[in-house]
Design a binder for this molecule. Structure first.
Ligand code: 5MM
Length: 364
């Protein structure tokens, strides 16, 4: 019964080319981003930034769900409505990042494991009581010449699966986020190999925990060369390798794959999502004539971006109240771009800040 409800919620959240806006940065990540732009790292500024995002006019047209950080759940507009009320009034569903961040993996000092399973069942019940319909847990794997280790992959996959099982038990849709990070000098083939290994492990653990795959959202990385690799790849290669990796690893029962942006610029993230959707037969009747290698993909390809939506806007805002409208315009534009990319009709406009180097991209 709960599972059917979860499946319906997923359909609603991703209907009409909509996606998820991730605004679940922990305080430390949000503060780092502020400091980089000279914005004082205060609770009030975090609240003001989140208010700016959530009151963006027409946000609901392209965003079906937002991921919040615990602090945001209890915040409200300056002399105004609670954030959760704004979301309700706009028919935007909300979910929560429930992991407690990355810790060093024992005996593997260069690697991380995500913490937060202790006490999770009680926290999930609290969030469900507040109206959350989904949850999110991020595992982050780094690539070097000798990493990741099997220990890191297996430990993180196990934690993701246990999180997903607890979420479904509470009636909450788990957003399972196994991220292979873009930082490094590795080539695209190595990213594909590590992502394949990690995703296979994640689905093995999800099956062991008897997680219902029809009621999860997968939030993976795209297959990309390392940010410092001398051989960057073109859009078509990235799209082909990402789809090949997903076909090899992700069961058809999973309804939606909502990518993370991982430090790509807004335009590149949209361009690559667009290219993948153009390879899906469902989008065959698009104006783009360059379609090849079409097949009907078993899952919808969508977005759950944070930086690829927020960064252009936060650069505009920079903490200056008078720039609120311009920043909201920037958010809305990125949302519409990603909605078009879901439909395979995204074309970068000339005035777009193309592939603009995003400084606030580094993430642990
Ligand atoms: C990889 O980060 C997630 C997706 O964001 P991008 O689209 O920018 O890659 C994001 O949802 C992340 O999990 C949250 O920002 C929370 O991160 P921290 O590091 O604060 O836990």
């Amino acid at each position: 019964m709960l599972i059917n409800k979860m499946r319906t919620l997923i359909k609603v959240m991703f209907a009409d080319g909509k996606g998820i806006l991730a605004m679940d940065e922990s305080n430390s990540t949000c503060n780092e981003r502020f400091i980089e732009l000279g914005i004082p790292a205060t609770e009030e500024n975090r609240r003001a930034w989140r208010e700016l995002i959530l009151t963006t006019p027409n946000l609901h047209q392209g965003i079906g769900g937002v991921i919040l950080f615990d602090e945001t759940v209890y915040q409200q507009q300056h002399h105004g409505a609670a954030f959760l009320q704004i979301l309700r009034e706009n028919n935007i569903l909300f979910g929560i990042k429930v992991d407690k961040g990355l810790q060093s993996l024992a005996l593997h000092p260069s690697e991380k494991v995500t913490s937060g399973l202790d006490g999770l069942r009680a926290r999930l019940n609290t969030y469900a009581g507040l109206g959350a319909v989904f949850t999110k847990w991020r595992a982050a794997i780094s690539i070097t010449e000798s990493l990741p280790t099997l220990a890191c992959i297996e430990t993180n996959a196990d934690a993701l699966a246990r999180f997903a099982a607890l979420s479904q038990e509470a009636g909450l849709v788990p957003v399972v986020e196994p991220e292979v990070m873009m930082s490094g000098t590795h080539n695209i083939e190595r990213c594909q190999q590590v992502t394949t290994q990690f995703l296979l492990s994640v689905f093995r653990h999800l099956n062991q925990q008897e997680v219902v795959l029809e009621a999860i959202i997968l939030k993976p990385n795209m297959i990309l060369p390392g940010a410092d690799c001398s051989m960057q790849a073109d859009t078509d290669i990235i799209a082909n390798k990402t789809i090949a990796c997903l076909l090899e690893t992700v069961p058809a029962a999973v309804p939606v794959i909502a990518f993370l942006s991982g430090g790509q610029s807004g335009d590149l993230a949209s361009t690559r999502l667009n290219a993948m959707n153009l390879k899906d037969n469902r989008h065959a009747n698009t104006p783009d004539g360059s379609i090849n290698q079409q097949q009907t993909l078993p899952w919808q390809l969508a977005f759950s971006f944070s930086r690829a939506i927020q960064i252009p806007a936060i650069q505009v805002w920079s903490g200056v109240p008078e720039r609120k409208k311009a920043a909201q315009d920037a958010i809305y534009r990125r949302v519409c771009d990603n909605q078009r990319a879901r439909r395979g009709v995204y074309h970068q406009l000339p005035e777009s800040p193309v592939g603009r180097a995003v400084t606030a991209t580094q993430k642990q």
